[in-house]
Design a protein around this ligand. Structure first.
Ligand SMILES: *Cc1c(COP(=O)(O)O)cnc(C)c1O
Length: 393
């Protein structure tokens, strides 16, 4: 049996996969079994920040793999300690708890918030998130996800979550009660359709949190690790979160998640309060160190520049209706084509895009350059031109 048939026969069908089997990657290109080249604007859904086969990342992970693969958290290993130090030094946060995915990092944030709230009052346990948010697939993070479509089949869901209308300051004030221990937001809603929050709304949330001793949790699983041109997207605004979660880009290809804890909450979790067998694995954290070392000021400026260039090129296309997003996290709508249609046609042309709700979603490896952007734009131009010609016929 070939790989597609094997997968469809033996792997649970929780994903709609495109019929292509990838064999290798290099930079921002992927290659399938027939050797066909694909320009990648997906980065494994925001994971492969440094692209494929990044030399330092390969060297560091291979070296660690050949030396020590895993020990459990009952002992000390160096790579995790160094990665935690870098994350704290670069953000001003105090402690890091490593896990293995974005959802797990958000679980940590939820547990910290609940324990912190309980210390004030037993009923201070409610966590507010936003309508249209996405926070993961575990039961608690599904409950945190503010979309009704996610709240089916798997009930009873976790109690103690309520949802604020995205960008509604009045709804924020309505939902904030003495029961609220934390507000959790994405700076740009990724799965929700690449929707950046309004500046006023972010600032109001931060100010309410500060006034009422409510923890501010920023889910940076998709927006973090240089994706928006800063190490974390919250740095675009003058806010100071209590908890920041990250995963995707930190891993660059290996599973990892992290919850960064600020001054107020750094000691909330004590021995026995949480655990993860694989969390802080030395190979995954050896790779994370290379990601963190790579995100220099120069690198982040290049992300900003390429973002501006990419947005300009997209906006110059006749067929493009709207461009949204921050940095290299971009959503596009088209006048006469659906995002899914564009995504499927582009794949045939050898260019990979994602979708999010009604948007074409672009999450290229952060090492994308002008040449890669030009090829992607040329492909989009070709697709919309052919579509319009067919429309005229
Ligand atoms: C992807 C994502 C998650 C879930 O991460 P997993 O690693 O798939 O568990 C959580 N929050 C946001 C904002 C995400 O984009």
């Amino acid at each position: 049996m070939n790989t597609i048939k094997l997968t469809d026969t033996f792997v649970t069908p929780t994903y709609n996969r495109l019929p292509v089997v990838f064999e290798k990657g290099e930079g921002y290109y992927l290659y399938d079994q027939e050797g066909k080249e694909y320009l990648d604007f997906t980065a494994g859904i925001g994971v492969n920040a440094l692209g494929y086969n990044h030399p330092q990342w390969i060297t560091a992970t291979q070296k660690q793999l050949g030396q020590l693969q895993h020990t459990s958290n009952l002992y000390y290993t160096e790579p995790g300690a160094k990665a935690a130090q870098k994350l704290c030094v670069q953000t001003g946060m105090e402690h890091v708890l490593f896990v293995n995915s974005g959802a797990e990092a958000n679980e940590v944030a939820i547990k910290v918030a609940r324990k912190y709230g309980h210390a004030t009052a037993p009923e201070k346990h409610e966590i507010l998130t936003l309508r249209n948010s996405f926070h993961g697939r575990t039961l608690a993070t599904l409950s945190a996800t503010g979309q009704d479509s996610f709240h089916q089949h798997f009930g009873p869901f976790s109690e103690g979550f309520d949802y604020i209308e995205t960008n509604s300051v009045s709804d924020l004030h309505e939902k904030v009660t003495d029961k609220v221990c934390a507000i959790m937001i994405e700076i740009v809603q990724g799965e929700g359709g690449v929707i950046p929050l309004d500046v006023d709304f972010i600032e109001e949330i931060a100010s309410v949190c500060e006034q009422k001793d409510i923890l501010l949790i920023i889910d940076e699983v998709q927006t973090g690790m240089g994706r928006t041109g800063k190490l974390f997207a919250y740095e675009h605004y003058g806010i100071k979160p209590d908890i920041v979660t990250c995963a995707k880009g930190l891993g660059n290809g290996l599973p990892i998640g992290a919850a960064l804890l600020g001054q107020k909450v750094k000691d909330v979790l004590q021995p026995g309060d949480h655990g993860s067998t694989f969390g802080g694995n030395p190979v995954a954290t050896a790779g994370a160190n290379v990601v963190l070392d790579s995100l220099t000021e120069e690198f982040l400026i290049a992300v900003e520049e390429n973002s501006l260039y990419l947005k300009e090129q997209l906006e110059a296309l006749d067929e493009v209706e709207q461009v949204s997003g921050l940095g290299l996290m971009i959503g596009v709508t088209f006048k006469n084509m659906t995002a899914k249609d564009v995504m499927l046609k582009a794949k045939e042309e050898g260019v990979l895009f994602l979708t999010a709700k009604d948007k074409l979603r672009l999450l290229p490896p952060l090492i994308i350059d002008k040449k890669g952007i030009d090829s992607g734009i040329a492909c989009l131009k070709k697709i919309v031109t052919i579509h319009n010609l067919e429309g005229v016929k």
